[in-house]
Design a protein. Sequence first.
Length: 288
Amino acid sequence: MTSNMARRVAFAAVAIPAALGVVWLGGAPLAVLVAVAGVLGTREFLHFGERQGLRPWTAFAWVLAAAAAPLAWGVAVSPGVAARVDAAWPYAAGLLLVALLLGTLARVAPDARPLGSAAVTLLAPLYAGALPAFLVTIRHAGHGNQSWAGTALVFFPLALTWACDSLAMEVGRRVGGPKLWPAVSPGKTWSGSIGGLAGALLAVPLYRWLALGPAGVAFPLWQGLLIALAVGTLGQLGDLAESLFKREAGLKDSSSLIPGHGGVLDRFDSLYVVLPVTAALYRCFGVI
């Protein structure tokens, strides 16, 4: 076993049980964990821009990223908070944009790419903070703290993504063939992409048997397969999107924060797409 693989295994041995425990517990610990991951991912995304000479408003982006998961928790568990957010969000969004414009005017000179600086300041917390906050929405939409049902719903798209990534890597390594998108990710192949999609679909009945059924969660197999189809397709596109950003910034990894895995964006690139899509499908099917 290589030293990099050993670090990956050691990290996973600690991180997966810890994540399972926090998701099962739910509530403030989960909201805080997702918020911290959002801030760290936002920091990495802002670094992409800084490497290209942009001057993003770091504090502004960090505050937005940190607020997303607690706000999602409040909306999910409190009808009063949900009503206030529903009434106030257009005005809050407008004021935030005004603040961003004024902050950019005060901080960035005309020859220092103010348009790009403002754009990356806003995109970073939306991408790395708001999108993963849908994990909190899935967990608490109808399920309180210490819930195996809510936990099983959260880990369903995660398990499908892991199955997709694992089989895509194995099939791509063994079969090879034409590259999927060499300009963005030279190592990915069409065979690996198709294998990954098959892995996501094959994981559905297994996960239903091992996790959803014992947790008391039931929805038709065809709905699970449709979710897997979306996860297996769009998750790979999410991976490519993050690779596109890194390639523009001239980076192989978004950071070296996670041993053997790179950065937060590297670890969760597919999930940034998978979580909101799964939440939308859950809502469409009446699961949450």
